[in-house]
Ligand binder design. Sequence first.
Ligand code: PLP
Length: 471
Amino acid sequence: MNYLSTRGHPGRKRFCEILLEGLAPDGGLYLPEQYPQIDTATLATWRKLSYAELAFEILSLYIDDIPPADLKAICAKTYTAEVFGTDEIVPLRELEDGVYLEALSNGPTLAFKDMAMQLLGNLFEYELARRGAELNILGATSGDTGSAAEYAMRGKKGVRVFMTSPDGRMSPFQQAQMFSLQDANIHNIAITGVFDDCQDIVKAVSNDLAFKRKYRIGTVNSINWARLLAQVVYYFAGYFQATAANDKPVSFTVPSGNFGNVCAGHVARMMGLPIHTLVVATNENDVLDEFFRTGVYRVRGAVDTHETSSPSMDISKASNFERFVFDLVGRDPAKLRKLFVDDLGLNGSFDLSADPAFAQAAARFGFRSGRSTHADRLATIRDTDKRFATLVDPHTADGLKAAREQLSPGVPMVVLETALPIKFAATLVEALGEEPARPKKFEGIEALPKRVVKLPADAEAVKAYIAEHCD
Ligand SMILES: *Cc1c(COP(=O)(O)O)cnc(C)c1O
């Protein structure tokens, strides 16, 4: 399998070459040259597999530069009941007639990002050992991504993590999750500033090419193809649990921010998984909902990006969206470049409303969308508690609301649960007047010793810290 850039760079790469990379050299995103096609007979054999076996079968179609026995061992080591809490790994439960929740949040940090990041940690360790190389991961987080990355990379050989976060701005639970890690290869850096300051520092350090090369700086952000690929697996696993046979369509609703999660659903559908509809659920930061309603994609500025009670969906632009639009415009890199380089660069928006391609977003690719507000989230959390004695986190609540607006008779609707309620306790308290229950292993974590350094919002200070901790 070869990978190409959405922006038309003539180079082709294999999986392990793009594993440790971010953007393609021309600024595009990597995609496979074609999507492997799954027929009904294959689906029938996959239905009987464990999650780790299913992951191996799907990953094998996209990875031909890791020996199969090694890849199988990596999948088996990653997707265990010990790490994810159940043998199913992503258990499905019916909430009401035809509406299901797929639990993706029972990994080490209680958000769905563990599903991909845990695999990435094992793939990185494997590939770095094979190359005899080291990698220093530099990131910026406001919560879920940073903790998922740290729990995936802790104790891994050849990898260090330098994770910046805005000092005092994460929830106490999220801070405790990250700062209580005592592993020598994990470095928490609290920046005096806001999340944007952290992101600017990461950009500034990455733009210093000499420093980047000398200290082998890498990232694990959501445009990483391996992360997206790992997420494809749970669409198949959810499909098998929601159906008894392979001729039945299923719909999925996905709480969305950077379009990584739902893009994996798009890939599963392109492979031939019988997905009826993919519902993109947004909060008040509704760039994606606006696109699917109107055909206009309008990136927001910092002032128009709202801080909401589903903070992991607070994005101004959706960094994986370019992958879907590439397929939407018939994989024409010139057309893609006009939209993402010329139009977005010049006007901060592009408009496909008059383009026949836009109609295909729904008709051919199955996309729909929905939007929620803070009041909707509170109402959904209360309603779900009252009618089904089930607590959902604010992001999953955004999903449930959008899902109910897009039901089709006879088609199961699977809502992806992207975090557990305890991660966003303040909103649960606001909705219900009480704290959600906390899994045993997280009892009292706020009282554990914290391992974190405070640095000013200054890229030079962060560089000096990295240099000092890299031998
Ligand atoms: C990251 C995250 C999302 C958004 O996922 P994308 O892949 O960026 O669309 C939604 N909910 C939670 C809880 C998250 O952590």
